[in-house]
Design a protein around this ligand. Structure first.
Ligand SMILES: [Zn+2]
Length: 161
């Protein structure tokens, strides 16, 4: 569903979209996003209809199937992968998404590639990207943690589990 709205930055007309996900064994999640053609402003967030208490999820990925577990990250979700020494703190304006564990790794990888393009710590980041690719292979055990003070983030097993 798409509706017209006002851009919170420049005040001109912008588009807002709502996508409803029906997640088995879990419930509904609504992904909202707003984008402004005039100034380029973009933001998104996830709202889970049932929970609003602080939540912390920890998933140990020790089989390739778990790479396919569903991950919901709201704009307040902090992500941690201790094995990589990686922590992605929410800034309150963070990109939100509904994806799977592998999708989270891909997003992190894309962000790191962006940093390399900007010539930041090339060697260090390159090593990190190599490790992430290893994790995506599903043969190396690692941990994904998400904590969210608003309770709008989650890690959800696939229905067959
Ligand atoms: Zn704007």
């Amino acid at each position: 569903m798409e509706i017209k709205t006002r851009c919170p930055v420049c005040g001109q007309e912008a588009m807002s979209t709502f996508l409803v996900y029906n997640i088995p064994n879990f419930g509904e999640a609504v992904l909202t996003s707003i984008s402004c053609q005039h100034c380029g402003y973009k933001s998104s967030d996830v709202i889970l209809t049932e929970e609003s208490n602080p939540k912390r999820y920890t998933l140990v990925i020790d089989s390739p199937e778990k790479l396919d577990y569903r991950v919901i990250r709201s704009s307040h979700g902090n992500i941690k992968i201790p094995e990589l020494g990686l922590e992605i703190k929410s800034t309150g304006f963070t990109d939100s998404y509904i994806t799977n564990v592998e999708g989270v790794l891909l997003r992190i990888e894309d962000d790191l590639k962006e940093k390399i393009r900007n010539k930041q710590n090339e060697k260090q980041i390159d090593d990190l990207i190599k490790k992430i690719r290893e994790l995506r292979g599903g043969k190396t055990k690692f941990t994904l943690e998400i904590d969210d003070p608003t309770g709008n983030s989650a890690i959800i097993p696939r229905q067959s589990d």
